[in-house]
Design a binder for this molecule. Structure first.
Ligand code: NAD
Length: 360
């Protein structure tokens, strides 16, 4: 039997880390039919859209995708393909495990955190009003007329919707995950002291959902305090659940705790679809250099194997990656801060992981 998987190479360093990952996945002996999907700038030039409908259809059909990072133009140009894919497919969970692998150079040891980020609403809703447009002026007038406050006429506005349904759904996911993975605590992150109707709703929903899980400890933290606590006492935390933007920022913070973006995997999930991708972006300055760490993407591949139910091979592949890290020889520059000249390239890391896998 072969798994049909949509494979999106992405751009920037995407094709390199995705190819390295494809190679290690195939070295497990599991058979894959890769259904190639093209998105981003290249797709824009070829098909007039950065996210062709055929790619969405492919993920719907195959139900599982492995995806490299895709560049989003800053400030102007097309909107994020990554966000659009998650929305289109209702991939409401962004799951990002962050754990220390022995041998990774980091200020911290023994970190084992799970970041659960709501993926579909909050300031990522994409509902924005550009400065100086009649729409922005209309909204500013409405807000002024309704005496909610004063917004300067030269403002741009981004809308932050937080719903009861989606808040409860993501917190429930976090608790279910905690329960089935023998985790002890869920921490909900918010800024409910300031944004009472959006983050306040998220917190109220979290508290209500928590009542149904008396076997799991629950607490909440204000986002700014949470950032400090994670830097000072990360061992206090276990599963963290947050609305979209805080979840995005905390994911990178947690990646920093365990050695950086080169080792931070992720999954975007719905009830029946999954796209596996690293936390990191397309790192354009390293594109085509065979330089960046493919392990974040490989570990996303490990999450994919686990999702597919390939238990034994999942463990063996993770062990092989961990062994390459522990040896500290065939690793990229980010894992060799003291002697970057001894670092190997992206594809050599894949060779080393395959060798370790074969040794068992
Ligand atoms: P980035 O994650 O691409 O890179 C930031 C820095 O992190 C890099 O310069 C590099 O020093 C380090 N880094 C990233 N990946 C690494 C790896 N695999 N190995 C070693 N070091 C690594 O973030 P950015 O520069 O802010 O974003 C670049 C582009 O990627 C933007 O267009 C952004 O929108 C996009 N992006 C895409 C995704 C996605 O596809 N899911 C996620 C985040 C950012």
């Amino acid at each position: 039997m072969a798994y049909n998987i949509t494979l999106i190479l992405g751009d920037g360093v995407g094709p390199e880390v995705t190819e390295a990952t494809r190679r290690v996945l195939e070295a497990t002996g599991i058979k894959f039919n890769w259904d190639m999907g093209e998105v981003g700038t290249d797709a824009m030039q070829k098909y007039g859209t950065p996210l062709p409908a055929s790619v969405i259809e492919s993920v719907r059909k195959n139900k599982v995708a492995l995806k490299g990072p895709v560049t989003t133009p800053v400030g102007s140009g097309f909107r994020s393909v990554n966000v659009a894919l998650r929305k289109e497919l209702e991939l409401y969970v962004c799951l990002r495990p962050c754990k220390t692998y022995p041998g990774v150079p980091s200020r911290y040891q023994n970190i084992d955190l799970i970041m659960v980020r709501e993926n579909l609403e909050d300031l990522y809703s994409g509902i924005e009003y550009e400065r100086g447009t009649p729409e922005a002026a209309g909204l500013i007038k409405f807000i002024t007329d309704s005496k909610r406050g004063v917004i300067r006429p030269d403002s741009g506005i981004s809308i932050k919707p937080i719903s009861e349904f989606r808040s409860k759904r993501i917190v429930k996911f976090a608790f279910d995950y905690a329960r089935s993975n023998h985790r002890k605590k869920v921490t909900a992150v918010h800024k409910a002291n300031i944004m009472k109707f959006s983050d306040g709703l998220f917190l109220a929903c979290a508290r209500e959902v928590a009542k149904g899980y008396t076997d799991i400890e629950f607490e909440d933290r204000i986002i700014d305090n949470m950032c400090m606590q994670l830097v000072q006492k990360p061992e206090l935390y276990d599963v963290i659940v947050a609305p979209n933007l805080y979840g995005d920022i905390l994911s990178d913070l947690c990646a920093g705790l365990v050695g950086g973006l080169g080792i931070a995997p992720g999954a975007n999930l719905s009830e029946n679809l999954a796209i596996f991708e690293a936390t990191h972006g397309s790192a354009p300055k390293y594109a085509g250099m065979n330089k960046v760490n493919p392990m974040a993407m490989m570990l996303s591949g490990v999450l994919m194997l686990r999702y597919l139910g390939e238990k034994e091979k999942t463990q063996r592949l993770e062990k092989a990656i961990a062994a390459v890290i522990a040896d500290g020889i065939d690793v990229t520059y980010d894992f060799k801060p003291a002697s970057p000249e001894k670092a190997v390239g992206t594809s050599q890391v894949a060779d080393a992981v395959i060798r370790k896998y074969r040794q068992g």
